[in-house]
Design a protein around this ligand. Structure first.
Ligand code: PEP
Ligand code: MG
Length: 568
């Protein structure tokens, strides 16, 4: 048995398909038969163009036309004589196809990389992508097409990138195992959205397993079994059946209000990353959007999206939610999320660097584009603005000042918006937590980002497997912090929600009920689980449990006590 981090619940059983990073080195040699070499090169290009067009078509159908365009652009690029003509000329002079491809691509990459225009600089990374794909064709390296894997496949890879996740057909992938990544890495969040059991951070797993090995992925406990014996296999087949039966049971909570066992109504919202996810939130019976992570809109393009493009995206989410609350978080870039065209500097400590609201307030003209788009969308429903990574009162004041300026402009331009649009603060740093009483005077609402709060309170990189044993929202320090933030919000009379992953944790829910949390924002697929857990606890029971664990000194003791009291 191998241990890792259970990042997406459930039991997956299937056959392994490894996704391996290939060595692309080659020996640059001179060729005699240049005609044959040109033919070999043309064949590689044709095959690349054919695959790319097919992949673009899949993406167009599964994701959307805009996303497909990027790939279509790659195919067009390789068919462009300005580029391939140069390569053929080099082959004519006796160079091998690999050398010609690399030399010409590198020349263009160098040229585009140094341009002022961000869109042009993005061309450099497009050409780098094309170079790698055509080189693989020439070297006879076959990439696994994730979208075409057979039903019952367990994907094993070093890291699951968002682009790999976007190719996954959820009916075919039974489980995911990776060597790196933590519970709150964005890949983990995507795996949960797809409802595929996943265990992350299993050291060396890619080399331990072989293709077609049988694997059991227990995403609830964070355990992996390779080629298990008959007893283990039948135990886990049964466990899978029980898990699926329990999941089916949850359907009875659909369409119900979110109420505690003693009848108090709470709000159960969803976290989303795209306007399309808002549909999923509705299908899953989410009562609003507690966190719209807007950075995916910025990551999916090759340039800073225009006000109109952003407005359309926010409006789509708002209209989908039909007057239910939609909390839109302004750009939270940096840390583990890079956007190449923004040209962010490489930093020694990206999680402590120029990111989120710090970056936005340093680039006010761009920030105003986003704020304007959000404020305009407020004319179509109930929109709230949320500011990430706040550490000082001044940051909140600066954002609020910009919001007022924009409202004034829109008024002058006779563009409609909600004059009462609220501006809330994400409390996710140790500093924000310690000054929660002061921030509560500035903010219209709080939302606790426990993914980062645990990271910044414990001084633990949330994606680093070596220190994952410290990264937990059940650490006494993190629990005290959560309790204090909620108390400050309650004392100031502002609503307080939680949009970190802890809001959906069955062990955490009774504590949050006791502390007085108003709104729980969870991954859409966890709405019914959270509603079910909330329905099982009275405030009085939750208070007794909270008093007990808040007097304990270790995470281990706390988790064991919560597990023993669990009503799951
Ligand atoms: C958080 O930090 O808890 C959060 C919800 O934001 P993100 O995971 O996007 O950093
Ligand atoms: Mg965060």
């Amino acid at each position: 048995m191998y241990n890792g981090i259970g990042a997406s619940r459930g039991i997956g059983i299937g056959h392994i398909c490894r996704i391996i990073e290939h060595d692309l080195s080659f020996e640059a040699k001179m060729v005699e038969d240049t005609e044959a070499e040109k033919k070999r090169f043309q064949k590689a290009i044709d095959s690349f163009v054919e695959d790319t067009n097919a992949m673009a078509e899949d993406i167009r159908k599964n994701i959307g036309p805009k996303e497909a365009e990027i790939l279509l652009g790659h195919a067009v690029m390789m068919s462009d004589p300005a580029m391939s003509g140069e390569m053929f000329k080099m082959i004519d002079s006796g160079q091998c196809a690999e050398s010609a491809l690399t030399a010409v691509c590198d020349m263009f990459i160098g040229m585009f990389q140094n341009m002022e225009d961000e869109m042009m600089r993005q061309r450099a990374s497009d050409i780098a992508d094309v170079k790698v794909s055509v080189l693989k064709k020439l070297l006879g390296i076959k990439d696994i097409n994730i979208s075409k894997v057979a039903q019952g496949t367990v994907l094993v890879c070093k890291d699951l990138t968002p682009s790999m996740t976007s190719q996954i057909v959820k009916e075919n992938v039974a489980g995911i195992i990776t060597e790196v990544g933590g519970n709150t890495s964005h890949s983990a969040i995507l795996a949960r959205a797809l409802e595929i059991p996943a265990v992350l951070s299993v050291p060396g797993i890619v080399d331990i397993v072989s293709d077609n090995d049988t694997a059991i992925v227990d995403g609830t406990e964070g355990e992996v079994f390779i080629n298990p014996d008959g007893d283990i296999l039948s135990k886990y087949l049964k466990k899978r059946e029980d898990y699926l039966a329990k999941k089916a049971e949850l359907q009875k909570f659909i369409g119900k209000e979110t109420k505690t066992a003693d009848g108090e109504t709470l709000e159960l919202f969803c976290n989303i990353g795209t306007p399309r996810d808002a549909k999923k939130a509705r299908e899953c019976d989410g009562e609003g959007i507690g966190l719209f992570r807007t950075e995916f809109l910025f990551m999916d393009t090759t340039y800073y999206p225009t006000e109109e493009e952003q407005f359309e995206a926010y409006k789509e989410a708002v209209e989908t939610m039909e007057y239910r609350t939609v909390i839109i978080r302004t750009l939270d870039i940096g840390g583990d999320k890079d956007i190449p065209y923004l040209g962010l500097k490489k930093e020694e400590n990206p999680f402590l660097g120029y990111r989120a609201v710090r970056y936005c307030l340093g680039n006010v003209e761009d920030y105003k584009i986003q704020l304007r788009a959000i404020i305009r969308a407020s004319a179509y429903g109930k929109v709230k603005i949320m500011v990430p990574l706040v550490t000082t009162v001044d940051e909140m004041r600066s954002v609020k000042k910009l919001v007022e300026e924009i409202k004034e402009e829109l008024r002058d331009e006779k563009i409609p918006f909600d004059n009462g649009i609220e501006v809330g603060c994400m409390v996710e740093t140790a500093s924000a937590s310690l000054i929660a009483d002061l921030l509560a005077k500035e903010a219209d609402f709080f939302s606790i980002g426990t993914n980062d709060l645990a990271q910044y309170t414990m001084a633990v990189d949330r994606g680093n497997a070596d220190v994952a044993y410290l990264y937990s929202t059940f650490q006494p320090s993190v629990l005290r912090s959560i309790k204090y933030i909620i108390e400050c919000a309650n004392a100031a009379g502002i609503p307080v929600g939680m949009c970190g992953e802890a809001a959906a944790d069955p062990l955490m829910i009774p504590l949050l009920m006791s502390f007085g949390l108003d709104e729980y924002s969870v991954n859409p697929v966890l709405v019914l689980t959270a509603r079910c857990i909330i329905s099982k606890w009275t405030k009085a029971e939750a208070d007794v449990l909270a008093a007990k664990v808040m007097a304990m000194d270790t995470k281990e003791e706390i988790v064991a006590t919560l597990k023993a009291a669990s009503k799951e």
